[in-house]
Design a protein around this ligand. Structure first.
Ligand SMILES: [Zn+2]
Length: 201
């Protein structure tokens, strides 16, 4: 079982103040969250830099990823090392994720830039059921959506400030290996603890 914060922005996102080095240091210091997905806005540059830094520490793992802005809402692609080809819409992102053995996740469906009920129209792999920057009601609605769609639910801090890192995490029945973790998420071998009220508020 690993514990992973599956939604983090580094300074490669224009609105984040978390240098890759700070994220790596946080994982090294944390007593049980040793895995994080770097999901910058519309770029995978931060992932490669962060993975490079993390490679010095055998007990932590960075999952590459990206949070793609589509006209319908944000989609996180876990496992993405390259950018999906344009144009970006939910369907093209979901297809890209499937073709590249990545995992498509509907980010914060019931918040700004979330796709809400539209998610039901797409063959996404998972729903973000707890986002550290979403209000409790929005997370509750996301949990219901995942349940109704029969999809795995994942959690991430959506950290943009160092203090927000690892405030939320997903428990994954997998080893410390990117492919193993991606497969486990797809197969629903995940659980999200009851965090209570969201953390950033
Ligand atoms: Zn985000």
């Amino acid at each position: 079982m690993i514990h992973a914060d599956l939604h983090i922005h580094t300074t490669y996102s224009s609105d984040s103040a978390i240098p890759p080095k700070t994220l790596v240091e946080q994982l090294v210091a944390h007593n049980f969250i040793k895995v994080a997905a770097v999901t910058d806005h519309d770029t995978v540059k931060g992932c490669s830099v962060t993975r490079q830094l993390a490679s010095a520490y055998p007990d932590i793992l960075i999952i590459p990823g990206v949070e793609i802005s589509t006209p319908q809402g944000d989609v996180v692609i876990l496992g993405a090392e390259e950018m999906p080809p344009l144009p970006w819409n939910v369907e093209s992102i979901v297809d890209f994720a499937r073709e590249t053995d990545c995992v498509s996740v509907v980010a914060h469906p019931f918040r700004e830039y979330g796709m809400g009920e539209l998610a039901r129209n797409y063959k996404v792999d998972a729903i973000e059921v707890f986002n550290g920057a979403s209000a409790p009601a929005a997370n509750k609605a996301a949990q219901n959506l995942a349940k109704e769609m029969g999809l795995p639910g994942v959690a991430g801090s959506d950290a943009h400030q160092p203090s927000e890192l690892c405030t939320v995490y997903t428990q994954v029945q997998a080893s410390l290996d990117v492919d193993d973790i991606l497969k486990a998420v797809k197969n629903g071998l995940v659980s999200v603890p009851p965090f209570g009220n969201s953390i950033h508020f």
